[in-house]
Design a protein around this ligand. Structure first.
Ligand SMILES: *[C@@H]1O[C@H](CO)[C@@H](O)[C@H](O)[C@H]1NC(C)=O
Ligand SMILES: *[C@@H]1O[C@H](CO)[C@@H](O)[C@H](O)[C@H]1NC(C)=O
Ligand SMILES: *[C@@H]1O[C@H](CO)[C@@H](O)[C@H](O)[C@H]1NC(C)=O
Ligand SMILES: *[C@@H]1O[C@H](CO)[C@@H](O)[C@H](O)[C@H]1NC(C)=O
Ligand SMILES: *[C@@H]1O[C@H](CO)[C@@H](O)[C@H](O)[C@H]1NC(C)=O
Ligand SMILES: *[C@@H]1O[C@H](CO)[C@@H](O)[C@H](O)[C@H]1NC(C)=O
Ligand SMILES: *[C@@H]1O[C@H](CO)[C@@H](O)[C@H](O)[C@H]1NC(C)=O
Length: 900
């Protein structure tokens, strides 16, 4: 997952109208950059199909391969999947990707989906320090557990015993004392498998082995500690949410890089076979749809009695409609992150003057035992570029000092290098504003302190007061209040999915979380991300199952239970600001104690009002009193902020934090108060009316229907759109991103083609066209067809390597499109990509799409005859009908001459 710090472009656009030419054309690489592996597909077999074979005894898989071979399709089997009733099929690499069409129509093939690539789970922030230990006895005082009622469950002895949790991640360092110190039956980590090996990076061949040990990455070890850290075996009193549960590690990432769908499918099926009750995946990538293989399978496993928790992702900076796969899986629990209320950090003390202990950003004390005199690199606490230049010649040898320097202008490392050049070994950097966070200082010994503390130290230095600073090796740890504590982490990706599913589902603490790291990587660290929130819900699910049992009734209702008993979260700490949009907080912060002990059951957890064209404004909720006394209930509506999901007057989604307004839906109820005897239930009908709103900003209304007694307060969460999704422009036809209008064909010299151009498709000289476009919004179907240069067709937009290995990128052109769509005369299909996500604002991440047409071939592999053509690109609007030409946006390229 990408870090939110990498945004830029549209935030500029947002505040200053249209800033153009931001992304230089020279930065566009002449390769295909779609998030699917070029020639690799997952084929799902219809087990009921009668696939003919020459041998009666042939297995289903053999029959499948036989029938594919009979169609002259060259392929290699990467993986076989054989879980009857769940998923039967294979991951195949095609010799010629163009054969995908033929593959799709082979007997017994139920579905074929391209292999998606998921980025490595990257934490948003991390700070690890090398350190020391001081073991203590632990009560559960963890702030994250107090926020969510987990501490009270632990006090009742509910710790997840007897529940099996499978973690699909980078592996686990099970040698860690807090994670049991061993592997296999009898240990905390009872099993698992390494599906990929250290060197796997998502593009090479996995090298599996039975041992999922991770001592090179660390992400999965942090995740495992959140679920399972043994409170008796660590110096920070960290206790896993379900520390008595049994863990299994399915290692799907190597030390670095990505993972592909087929590996995830394999791991999910392995976990299913191993009898995991819960599987958790702190991974994902922008998708917007619910259709990838791992999403479909994860969702199916929930129908088979499993609970599956998956990160909502860390793309909050990219704004709405940017939900992630596989978290979009319809039945899974997609998890948002809440910032912890405190951050564990150390303090230094001052001798020779009165001053409170100085908090510094480090989990472990700086290992310096002698008090140090200080030296300030500037006597002026307003200097903007302190120590950005080499220090003056008369600077003393700094090796015996604690150096104090102000943040600003140049990099930390540059300042620290200048200080090191004068012998400095240890530095405190004071902030130049109100910032206070973990910083990256490379190999130097330095950390951040607050501006006020820095100003104090400098003033003492200037005054010539001979103070010293020391670093207590014990007792210096404090729980520093986090400014954004208790709010949804800004990095949490916003939903909903483009097909309007409710994503994310619930939130859990994920910002500034202390947990385990591999022993060689420092043993403990603080990390942030929805990756940290996700195992919290997995652990919470284990607590639930350990109390209520593992029946299908419990597992398939888990999401609803967590949602209806969650706590709704504000959008800020300012009084009067609205609740955070449900599209980022889901149903709110999980309260596991309430989920388990509530004696009212409310269902469903979600009302989906959909868009205005498919408005579903009438919903029924059911309330059941499962307590043993009569209860009086009242029903009320509490709206959340309405997310203004598009920048007014543009086709661009608003970047995060997405602006909120207080324009809210109104709701009437069939009854607003009633009494229920023990065991009784009744239903209430809620009828919604959406407010007026500027449809062009695609306002997303959301909120909560509370059903409360004096002591209980549950809610159903709702989302609805005050616009019709078919009106969302899908193709970017502006010049905002590149300073010139797109879509465009880029010629051999890297310029936008503006006049007829001939190409030789000579790979040595690179003389081939590259298509460049942006999806302003996700699309169910993106297609490129070759048409006659003189085609009589008016597009909606007026004109003025699937990786390195192969030719034309597939997915596959489908034959099913009929209607007016089929009336446009085409010469042949070049490309079809289904369920494409929208692009984001970051040119270095998912800012735009390119496809290199480096061979002169149709999608089916046949060579395009020499001649003059145009490319016709068409993108189906969301909720559009694929047989209707008018539901597509389209663009015709300038004339492209094929002279190979
Ligand atoms: C751990 O718990 C013990 C007992 O309550 C307490 O004295 C100690 O300060 C705690 N340690 C940390 C690091 O919070
Ligand atoms: C602090 O320094 C950073 C880095 O140079 C700079 O971006 C920021 O504007 C400065 N802030 C203040 C308040 O001076
Ligand atoms: C960091 O501190 C350690 C221990 O005091 C010292 O050995 C090391 O040289 C310091 N590193 C740098 C880059 O100053
Ligand atoms: C900064 O203050 C110290 C202590 O008063 C003094 O020795 C030094 O000369 C001052 N530096 C400058 C550049 O004024
Ligand atoms: C919203 O409406 C569209 C169009 O009818 C439909 O395809 C989609 O499934 C609906 N979404 C949900 C979550 O019901
Ligand atoms: C492309 O090649 C054709 C056939 O050789 C020729 O007629 C045409 O003028 C060429 N176009 C350009 C722009 O060079
Ligand atoms: C491939 O597609 C082209 C263009 O539609 C068509 O002319 C050709 O017959 C197809 N070839 C095969 C082998 O189906």
């Amino acid at each position: 997952m990408k870090s939110p710090s990498s945004l830029v472009l549209f935030s500029l656009v947002a505040c200053s109208g249209f800033v153009s030419a931001a992304v230089p054309l020279s930065s566009i690489k002449r390769v295909t950059n779609l998030p699917t592996a070029s020639n690799r597909f997952i084929v799902e077999v219809d087990t009921a199909a009668d696939i003919p074979s020459k041998r009666d005894s042939a297995s289903l898989h053999e029959r499948l391969y036989e029938s594919i071979r009979a169609r002259d399709i060259g392929f290699q089997v990467d993986k076989e999947f054989n879980e009857a009733g769940v998923f039967v099929g294979a991951a195949l690499t095609l010799v010629d990707p163009a054969d995908a069409t033929a593959l799709e129509t082979s007997p017994g093939v139920k579905a074929i989906r391209p292999v998606k690539v998921f980025p490595a789970p990257r934490p948003v922030k991390i700070h690890v320090i090398t350190g020391l230990d001081d073991p203590q006895i632990p009560p559960d005082t963890e702030s994250t557990h107090i926020l969510t009622g987990v501490d009270k469950l632990h006090a009742e002895g509910i710790t997840g015993a007897g529940i099996k949790i499978g973690i699909l991640d980078t592996g686990i360092d099970y040698t860690h004392p807090a994670l049991g110190g061993g592997f296999g039956p009898g240990h905390k980590v009872i099993g698992g498998f390494d599906l990929v090996g250290d060197d796997y990076d998502g593009s090479n061949t996995p090298v599996p082995d039975p041992d999922p040990l991770d001592q090179c990455n660390g992400h999965g070890t942090h995740v495992a500690g959140i679920i399972g850290a043994d409170p008796l075996a660590n110096p920070f009193n960290i206790s896993g949410v379900a520390f008595s549960a049994s863990l299994s590690s399915y290692r799907v990432f190597g030390c670095a890089g990505s993972v592909t769908d087929d590996v995830l499918v394999d791991a999910l099926l392995m976990g299913f076979r191993d009898g995991q009750d819960i599987m958790t995946l702190s991974l994902g990538g922008a998708d917007g749809w619910t259709e990838s293989t791992s999403e479909v399978l994860a969702s199916r496993l929930v129908e088979r009695g499993k609970i599956i928790t998956i990160a909502a992702s860390n793309d909050g900076a990219s704004g709405s409609w940017y939900s992630s796969s596989p978290g979009n899986g319809i039945n899974v629990i997609s998890v948002a992150s809440l910032d912890n209320t405190v951050i564990p950090i150390q303090t230094a003390t001052v001798q020779g003057a009165q001053h409170d202990p100085i908090p510094y950003f480090s989990l472990f004390p700086i290992p310096v035992t002698e008090p140090l005199p200080i030296f300030a690199t500037s006597n002026d606490t307003t200097v903007v570029d302190d120590a950005c230049n080499p220090l003056p010649d008369d600077t003393p040898d700094l090796s015996g000092f604690l150096v104090v320097v102000r943040r600003g202008t140049c990099s930390f490392v540059q300042k620290l290098q200048n200080i090191a050049d004068k012998g400095g070994k240890l530095t405190l950097i004071y902030d130049n504003g109100s910032g206070f966070a973990a910083i990256d200082v490379g190999d130097f010994n330095a950390t951040l302190i607050q501006a006020d503390d820095g100003a104090f130290l400098v003033s003492e230095f200037v005054a010539g007061v001979p103070i010293t600073v020391s670093f207590p090796q014990e007792g210096g740890l404090i729980q520093f209040p986090d400014d954004t504590g208790g709010l949804i982490s800004a990095f949490t990706s916003y939903g909903p999915s483009n097909d309007f599913f409710f994503k994310p589902a619930v939130a859990a603490p994920g910002g500034n979380i202390l947990s385990t790291l591999p022993v060689p990587l420092g043993s403990y660290g603080v990390e942030s991300g929805t990756s940290m929130a996700t195992p919290f819900i997995a652990g919470s699910s284990a607590l639930l199952l350990s109390v209520k049992g593992k029946s299908q009734a419990v597992t398939s209702n888990a999401r609803t239970l967590f949602e209806t008993t969650a706590q709704t979260i504000s959008s800020s700490h300012t009084d009067g600001d609205p609740l955070q949009t449900v599209t980022q907080q889901g149903a709110g912060l999980v309260n596991v104690f309430n989920a388990i002990h509530s004696t009212t059951v409310l269902s469903p957890g979600e009302f989906i009002l959909n868009d205005t064209a498919h408005f579903n404004g009438k919903h029924t909720l059911t309330v059941k009193n499962t307590g043993n006394s009569q209860k009086r209930y009242s029903v009320r509506h509490v709206p959340a902020g309405t997310a203004v999901t598009f920048q007014p007057g543009t086709i661009f989604p608003a970047v995060g934090p997405v602006p909120l307004t207080t324009a809210a839906a109104s709701v009437s109820f069939s009854t607003s108060s009633f009494t229920l005897a023990p065991g009784a239930s009744r239903s209430v009908v809620a009828t919604f009316t959406l407010p007026e709103g500027d449809e062009s900003t695609f306002p997303l209304y959301s909120g909560f229907i509370h059903v409360a007694t004096d002591v209980e307060d549950l809610h159903v969460s709702y989302i609805g759109l005050g616009a019709s999704l078919i009106n969302a422009q899908v193709l970017d036809d502006t010049d905002v991103f590149f300073g010139e209008k797109i879509p465009a064909v880029i010629d051999a010299s890297g310029n936008f083609q503006t006049s007829p151009t001939n190409y030789t498709f000579d790979s040595d000289t690179g003389d081939f066209p590259v298509l460049l476009w942006r999806q302003a919004f996700g699309t169910p179907i993106f297609r490129v067809d070759l048409v006659d240069a003189n085609v009589n067709f008016i597009p909606t937009i007026s004109s003025r390597q699937v990786k390195e290995d192969t030719g034309t990128p597939i997915t596959f052109p489908r034959v099913r499109l009929g209607g007016t769509f089929a009336r446009v005369p085409i010469i042949g299909s070049i490309l079809e990509v289904d369920f494409l996500t929208r692009n984001n604002e970051d040119p270095n991440d998912n800012g735009f799409n390119t496809v290199a047409f480096d061979t002169p071939t149709f999608a089916n592999g046949t060579t395009i005859p020499n001649g003059l053509y145009k490319y016709l690109i068409r993108s189906l609007k969301v909720t559009g009908d694929s047989s209707k030409e008018e539901d597509f946006e389209s663009w015709l390229s300038p004339i492209v001459g094929v002279f190979a």
